[in-house]
Design a protein around this ligand. Sequence first.
Ligand SMILES: *Cc1c(COP(=O)(O)O)cnc(C)c1O
Length: 215
Amino acid sequence: MILTGFNEFKIIKDSIPLGVNLLAVSKGHDHESIRKLSNYGQLDFGESRLQEAIPKKNGLSDLKQLRWHFVGTLQKNKVRGVIKEFDFIHSVDSLPLLERISRISKEEQKSPNIFLQVKFKDDPNKGGFLKQDLLKSWSKIISLKNINLIGLMTIPPIVINSYQRKDLFFECRNFANHLGLKDCSMGMSNDWQEAIQGGATWIRLGSLLFGKRQT
Ligand SMILES: *Cc1c(COP(=O)(O)O)cnc(C)c1O
């Protein structure tokens, strides 16, 4: 892991304004790296695969205060497992998926915190709602039970520059405000500063905190 100690973590933490939450994306790193960061006071951790997250969570079962965030592509057959294991889902990218989460959350008596992933620019590599489709489905979306809809999540296409990124993050912030949603999950190790300027309330940092991924 890249952080050699608490002071390095503190430098990153201190450069994040109040009101912006830090999600430590721990995919590709072992549970001891998570434990170390949790000893520095980090409580929110993100994983992108259920089968990778479960053994890590088992190795950390004494740390009851940790909050788990699912950030990866969510396959239909993983919905129940993800609902059981995670407190937040950042990557809900379609209405059928959201409906499935609602139905299974009801069965499991859960109400996960949900971000809807939105695609503001065409990107064949990424899923997500288009703005107009989200608006069209909005009344249906807000009628769903056992869903705690808290915000939007977005990932800009890799090809766009820093200025275009900031614009895209602003667009996400404005769209969330328009829908009455408080949170915007946006910004990763390469663009978290632009995301904060654009109005992020959650930034998702992996390699900046943990170094290069092992897997
Ligand atoms: C891996 C991942 C991150 C963290 O990426 P870094 O570039 O390592 O900071 C953030 N969000 C999602 C959705 C990811 O899959």
